[in-house]
Design a protein around this ligand. Structure first.
Ligand code: PGA
Length: 635
């Protein structure tokens, strides 16, 4: 598996929508193993439209989107321009939306985004790019501007291909829940989920604009062809609702069901909740692996609200699992086998139990102790995802190294930097501060978003986060010398949703892995948005392991934020006692500077997994940290 962005269309293998899916899927869906492949396929369609229009001496009109989702596609279009002579001279573009009140040069303005991510790198004509503008006008003037935008689309002959992302609120453009199907370009109020998801970009929820201007659902539906792209597990739930539930204003992407030529283009993680992938036995006859049985039977247990060991033949039949029984097994033996499978995921020995029979344990008992290397994309990740397990590994005698791949400075609030500057000034460091930061202090004070991206300011924020992480890790029994901070360049030179990985990042991770030579590895992000720090970190670690094979045949993925694992996806659950849970809470409280760390939510997630195990009829624990095994050969 190479870096997804290095793949190209000719390598793409894609699954088509079969008749069996039609029962559930109300929109054509294409699923690709990776986002890079999916993006290449859409880029090919766009390039072919542009070229065929060139031959006819006509324009191509594209509807464009922003956010992390279209970036792999824009990079492929830029590559086609540079390497394969694709000209954009006959292209006109209309962007979906823009935040209210942001200057065109604001780091988060979509005008700047489009320049940096596409327009500055291709030969698109000046004046041919259009982005709605929602700034500084009276309501009436705004209404006129919106109407003029619609008119301009019509004058251009309408949109040939419209690209869309999907927000976790279900929005397309900024058509938040409640937007009517007939809506046109207008000013809207942003949904709370949308603002929460943008809070790290804007250094805090309160800085995220409350309103924006967006093309309406009606405007979008008039495009000739619509591609909605989505990557990562965080989108899986809303994608399923849009594709499989009846269309409704609650998830405006569902209105694409009525479009004659709309298509969802997904990576496997974003498609993961679709019935065909999540409950394949409902869609087709399947060959039953042990893992699939675990999934189906735990699903039947949830559906019937019965613990696994109480399921009877009728429950199997009514849950569409009749063929499992028909294969000659009975519910009693299936129940016991599945119960045991779940039971064997539970271990208080995440590094393996010395001298124990390892057959039914998730992790091998030898060698002991192990050298555990725990990677975080941003320094706080592992503490949140597996803080109690880190403590346990250490207590059980393993050698533990925590590796923070990036500085995480984009997550640190401006206020925290200003607080530190104030402290330093109080203890007589004024001169040093002005020497290092110049007028950036004043600019930060007035909320200048550009100042927050200044390298010196970012350095200060890195130092703050580093100090907090050292403190937090010490609460879990990990000394400072067990921590390594890599400050990878892709993060230092980038911003959320717009990172660019280079060889320098790959080399740094590979070198570290070679030096550490671990035999127990933890990382998150295998199903994250591939443009997120976590998605990138996973790809970098995977590439490094391919280069320097480690002395174990698997790695462990811990849970990161929206990547909650369903019980059937879990290969190892480490139970957490109330006392350990409190210890983890204490450690997380020490991470005060992090913009949108939802400590309580993380601690509750650990409780929810334990509750899910309890509902299946397994032992009831206070909380659990959970992991998925990924075979090294699959990386
Ligand atoms: P994202 O945003 O591409 O950054 O995930 C998509 C959207 O909100 O439409």
């Amino acid at each position: 598996m190479g870096h997804p962005l290095q793949r190209c269309w000719k390598d793409c293998a894609w699954q088509t929508v079969g008749d069996m899916h039609d029962r559930y899927e109300k929109i054509p869906v294409q699923v690709y193993p990776e986002a890079g492949e999916a993006a290449c396929r859409v880029a090919v369609e766009i390039a072919s439209l542009i070229r065929s229009r060139q031959e006819e001496g006509r324009d191509a009109v594209l509807g464009l989107a922003t956010g992390s989702t279209p970036i792999p596609l824009y990079r492929e279009l830029i590559r086609l321009h540079r390497e394969e002579g694709l000209s954009f001279s006959n292209v006109t573009t209309f962007n979906l939306d823009e935040y209210s009140g942001l200057d065109a040069n604001h780091p988060e303005s979509y005008t700047r985004f489009m320049r940096e991510q596409l327009f500055d790198h291709v030969d698109i004509g000046e004046g041919r790019t259009n982005i709605p503008n929602a700034s500084g006008d009276s309501a009436e003037e705004l209404e006129n501007k919106c109407a003029a935008y619609e008119q301009k689309i019509l004058d251009a002959g309408g949109i040939d291909i419209q690209l869309l992302g999907i927000g976790r609120s279900g929005h397309i453009g900024f058509n938040e829940p409640g937007s009517p199907v007939t809506s046109r370009t207008r000013v809207v109020t942003l949904d709370r989920i949308t603002r929460l998801d943008a809070s790290a970009d804007f250094q805090g929820f309160h800085n995220v604009p409350r309103t924006a201007v967006t093309m309406g659902v009606g405007t979008i539906l008039e495009a000739d062809k619509v591609f909605l792209l989505a990557w990562g597990k965080g989108k899986a739930d809303v994608v399923r609702i849009a594709v499989e539930e009846p269309e409704s204003e609650v998830v405006t992407a569902s209105f694409l069901q009525r479009h004659f030529n709309a298509e969802f283009v997904l990576d496997e993680a974003a498609a993961g909740d679709l019935t065909r992938l999540r409950y394949p036995w409902l869609v087709d006859s399947i060959s039953w692996t042990r893992r699939m049985k675990r999934r189906a039977i735990s699903w039947a247990s949830g559906k019937t609200e019965k613990p696994i060991l109480k399921l009877v033949d009728d429950d199997y039949n009514e849950s569409g699992l009749g063929d499992l029984i028909a294969e000659g097994e009975n519910s009693y033996s299936l129940n016991i086998a599945t119960f045991n499978d779940f039971q064997h995921t539970i271990t208080g020995w995440p590094g393996g139990k010395p001298d124990a029979n390892e057959e039914t344990r998730p992790e091998k008992s030898t060698p002991h102790p192990k050298h555990a290397v725990i990677f975080s994309a941003e320094p706080q990740d592992a503490l949140v995802g597996m803080g109690a397990t880190i403590n346990r590994l250490k207590e059980q005698g393993h050698h533990v190294t925590l590796v923070a791949l990036t500085s995480g400075n984009l997550r640190v609030r401006d206020e925290e930097a200003l607080k530190l500057i104030r402290c330093l000034k109080t203890v007589g460091q004024s001169e040093q501060i002005s020497h290092q930061l110049g007028d950036h202090v004043e600019r930060l004070q007035v909320g200048d978003a550009e100042a927050a991206l200044n390298p010196e300011v970012r350095k200060l924020k890195s130092a703050i986060l580093r100090a907090e992480v050292v403190d937090s890790a010490s609460a879990l029994g990990i000394d400072e010398d067990a921590l390594q901070f890599l400050d990878l360049p892709f993060y230092e030179s980038g911003r959320f949703r717009q990172f660019h990985v280079t060889d320098a990042d790959h080399e740094a991770v590979a070198k570290l892995l070679e030096t550490l030579n671990p035999n127990l590895v933890f990382v998150a992000g295998s199903v994250a948005d591939p443009m997120s720090p976590q998605g990138i970190a996973f790809q970098l670690v995977a590439a490094a392991i391919r280069k320097f094979p480690i002395t174990t045949d698997h790695i462990w993925c811990y849970r990161h934020r929206e990547e909650a694992l369903k019980p059937y996806e879990i290969d190892m659950s480490v139970p957490i006692s109330p006392v350990q849970h409190e210890l983890k809470g204490n450690a997380l409280q020490r991470l005060r500077a992090v913009v949108d760390l939802r400590n309580e939510e993380s601690l509750n997630d650990d409780r929810s997994v334990a509750a899910a195990y309890d509902e299946l009829g397994l032992a009831e624990y206070e909380a659990m940290e959970v992991f998925q095994r990924v075979k090294v050969e699959k990386l």
